[in-house]
Design a protein around this ligand. Structure first.
Ligand code: GRF
Length: 195
């Protein structure tokens, strides 16, 4: 099957670039993957340049142009539906989504902690500073609860005496590992769709 993907991002875009490197126009198992939409809510995001290297123009939908979260989400839903994407991937997309989005779009999110711990925007710092001995990353289905949907994939590591910089680098390396793998697993039907 041809699997069409929409990738939503807000900034650096290293996970977007990783998806493009690992999945875009690649046949893996019984599926061929195509990123049909790169969507960003910030016009200066570095990820826009990363997408260009693959010949992809990002669609910019600036949340500041909309009066409410719902109006912004309506446009997101429209753009994703128009693209024909089978799945939306939130890869560093730093917006809280309303039911307008979550009820209409099948989406997964990447989060830099072992959920359900350390939800929200400061997960890396909070998990580094906690007295837990392990940390990790998660990919989960998106539902109406922030960072709260069913977990698809997780990977953990021992914190040992890592500096904050090394800790953060480890988190990003693991994110790059598990996000494309989660997408492949979903379409190889190794992962159950959420109810
Ligand atoms: C990742 O750490 C992701 O988990 C978080 O935002 C970061 C995005 O990084 N939600 P990048 O823009 O893909 O480099």
């Amino acid at each position: 099957m041809l699997v069409k993907l929409a990738v939503l991002f807000s900034g650096n875009g290293s996970n977007l670039e990783n998806i493009l490197n690992r999945l875009h126009q690649k046949t893996i198992g019984s599926n061929t993957y195509e990123v049909v939409l790169c969507l960003c809510n910030k016009k200066d995001a570095f990820g826009i340049q990363r997408a260009k290297k693959f010949g992809l123009e990002s669609v910019i939908v600036d949340h500041k142009d909309y009066k409410s979260r719902e109006e912004f989400d309506e446009i997101l839903v429209q753009k994703i539906k128009e693209s024909g994407a089978d799945l939306a991937i939130l890869a560093g997309f730093m917006r809280i989504l309303s039911p307008i989005f979550t009820k209409n779009i099948k989406a997964i999110n990447l989060h830099p902690s072992l959920l359900p711990l350390f939800k929200g925007a400061n997960a890396i710092k909070e998990s580094f500073e906690s007295d837990m001995k392990v940390a990790g990353v998660s990919v989960h289905w998106v539902n109406e609860e922030l960072d709260g949907g069913k977990i698809i994939t997780q990977k953990a590591f021992e914190k040992k005496n890592l500096s904050f910089e090394d800790f953060e680098a480890k988190i990003h390396a693991l994110e790059h590992e598990i996000l494309p793998l989660s997408v492949i697993e979903i379409f190889e039907s190794k992962v159950n769709l959420p109810k």
